[in-house]
Design a protein around this ligand. Structure first.
Ligand code: PGA
Length: 226
């Protein structure tokens, strides 16, 4: 016990998270760091494609992401709900409509993330599985840019609820009440299968699995909520 405590009080921990996870990751890290002040933390924030590469190259201890890799031997453990919602500017004609059909939604233009994004993959899969092709508008590599573009009327988009808390509060963006949304996804803690986790990594894994959903739950106000 003493030995493992010593490990936890000292170790180093290299985490990598999806850009969308970064909206709540710092809150988790602040609490974790208070509890284990001796652990040196390094955090990388990037898109899904890069996270998969880091797992493949074994250059990271733990990854937090929305879409775990399927073509690699990994352990992935769901730790919190990740509802995906359709966002629009507050003055969009569809705001306030109930149960908007997907066919109607597909008439709109969508602001897209880059091809390596997990959010984009999920969005394309959602519509693809329902036989719908969405019209791609502008493409942006950052979630923040997507939100600004939607706000400016460049199109609609699909994003994780965790990324728009502030915009909903200040009503800079609204969610649309669309059939099939919120798309109920999960956030996952992922690491290479067979990897021996350090005491620091184990402590963080335990912390995320038991406490993340209490510390940073998604706040869903309801589609079109004012
Ligand atoms: P991303 O993050 O869209 O920035 O890749 C979300 C995810 O990994 O699902």
């Amino acid at each position: 016990v003493l030995e493992s405590l010593k490990g936890v009080s000292r170790g180093r921990l290299h985490l990598a998270v999806a850009s969308t996870v970064n909206y709540f990751a710092p809150r988790l890290l602040a609490i974790f760091q208070q509890r284990y002040p001796g652990i040196g933390l390094q955090l990388d924030v990037t898109n899904r494609e890069q996270l998969v590469r880091m797992l493949y190259d074994n250059t990271v201890d733990l990854v937090l992401m929305g879409v775990p890799p399927t073509d690699m031997e990994v352990e992935s453990e769901a730790f919190m709900a990740n509802p995906l919602v359709v966002i629009a500017p507050p003055d969009h004609p569809l705001v306030g409509e109930r149960a908007i059909g997907l066919a109607r939604l597909a008439e709109e233009v969508f602001v897209m993330r880059e091809p390596g994004s997990g959010t984009r993959q999920t969005m394309e899969r959602f519509f693809g599985e329902r036989g719908l092709a969405i019209r791609h508008g502008m493409q942006m590599t950052r979630n923040e840019a997507v939100k600004q573009a939607v706000r400016s009327g460049l199109g609609l988009s699909v994003v994780s609820m965790h990324t728009i808390e502030l915009e909903l509060e200040t009503r800079r963006l609204v969610t649309l009440d669309v059939e099939g949304f919120p798309d109920q996804r999960q956030w996952y803690l992922v690491y290479r299968r067979g990897k021996r986790l350090s005491p620091a990594a184990n402590a963080f894994r335990e912390f995320v699995l038991t406490e993340a959903a209490v510390i940073a739950p998604p706040i869903f106000l309801g589609a079109g909520a004012v």
